[in-house]
Write a protein that binds this ligand. Structure first.
Ligand code: SF4
Length: 348
């Protein structure tokens, strides 16, 4: 019999499961709280559960637990970059960022990614698999335990395209926001996407209060196609329309992520086109100085160009910020720590 992933179950499913094995309903809540509030990694630690029940659970289920294999800590701003091993030997990255308003964790949603964005190290070896809801949760649990502080914000912006792992993403949101678990408000969660239009609409129809962040990175369809293969499937206007739809359904302001690549998408013309594209929308543009990766030859726009680009957008009435580079002294761009680890292993 294949064992069940107990930490990926929501409270309703766990209750059904407990009743199915002849246990009282309230046991489900107790176990759920052990897993998601006290964040234990074994049934042994569940002190108010009988030996018999522990035995039953061990026989039929397993508790997902990530193993921390590396952590790099920035001397500049305290950002921590974690490398975790999954039970099948795959490795993933997560990042803790410390802000005045609290601790924010950026998690991965897949092992690798198949979206092929040209400026991204996470996609160089393709997609291995999607993460389970428990594997997404445990990145937050392990980091929270490691620093012994509360995590107040979560962004699903690490390795992977969250919408390409949609069902698990939705389950993850249920677990994350459950009052019997971490109880993080939907408003403190951001999910990014490279623009999978049907899934963006599906998410909009659920009317959750999470922030949607679109990786835009180009001001027109032609340029976007050269940077992001996903643009071959969905036209830039279709993607923008999906963002408008998201706002209509949820009343949540959409964020556009725009990585500035020197000489590629940082010209005056780009600023003009970008303005035209998002004009009239309730949105926010986050300019990201692109992190160079050795496998591609993109360079960061220089500081002057970045600030001129920002000024132009502002003059055009667009809400815009330059994303502060966190952990500049540790492997910056997402996917790089994992990539280095894999490359090192392969050359051994
Ligand atoms: S930027 Fe995101 S969607 Fe694009 S390849 Fe990288 S991980 Fe995948």
């Amino acid at each position: 019999m294949e064992k069940i992933d107990i930490k990926s179950m929501n409270l309703e499913e766990l209750t059904e499961f407990m009743e199915g094995i002849g246990e009282k309903k309230f046991r489900a809540k107790q176990i759920y709280q052990w897993l998601h509030q006290k964040r234990v990694d074994s049934f042994e630690e569940m002190s108010n559960i009988s030996k018999d029940l522990k035995h039953k659970l061990e026989e039929q289920t397993f508790i997902t637990s990530l193993e921390k294999i590396d952590v790099q800590i920035s001397k500049i701003d305290g950002t921590r970059k974690y490398l975790f091993a999954l039970s099948d030997g795959n490795v993933i990255e997560s990042v803790l960022m410390r802000y005045k308003h609290g601790n924010s964790v950026c998690i991965s949603s897949q092992v690798g990614c198949r979206m092929g964005c040209k400026f991204c190290a996470s996609t160089l070896d393709g997609l291995v698999r999607g993460l389970t809801p428990a594997e997404m949760m445990d990145q937050i649990y392990k980091i929270g335990k490691d620093i012994d502080e509360r995590i107040s914000n979560v962004v699903v912006m690490g390795t992977g395209e969250p919408m390409d792992n949609f069902d698990n993403l939705i389950k993850f949101i249920t677990l994350l926001t459950d009052e019997n678990g971490l109880n993080i408000s939907q408003r403190n969660l951001t999910v990014s996407t490279c623009g999978l239009v049907p899934k963006m609409k599906q998410l909009a129809d659920m009317k959750l209060q999470i922030t949607l962040a679109l990786s835009l990175h180009a001001s027109n369809q032609e340029k976007r196609k050269t940077l992001m293969p996903v643009a071959n499937s969905f036209d830039i206007h279709e993607v923008i329309d999906a963002c408008k739809y998201y706002f209509e359904k949820t009343n949540r302001r959409v964020t556009f992520e725009y990585s500035l690549v020197g000489g590629v998408n940082d010209t005056d013309e780009d600023a003009k086109e970008l303005t035209e594209l998002v004009k009239g929308m309730n949105c926010h543009i986050n300019l990201i100085p692109v992190n160079p990766i050795k496998e591609r030859d993109f360079v960061q726009s220089n500081a002057k160009v970045i600030s001129a680009f920002k000024n132009k957008l502002e003059k055009n009435g667009i809400n815009v910020t330059i994303r502060r580079e966190m952990g500049r002294d540790i492997d910056g761009a997402c996917g790089q720590l994992r990539k280095k680890y894999i490359d090192r292993k392969e050359t051994k």
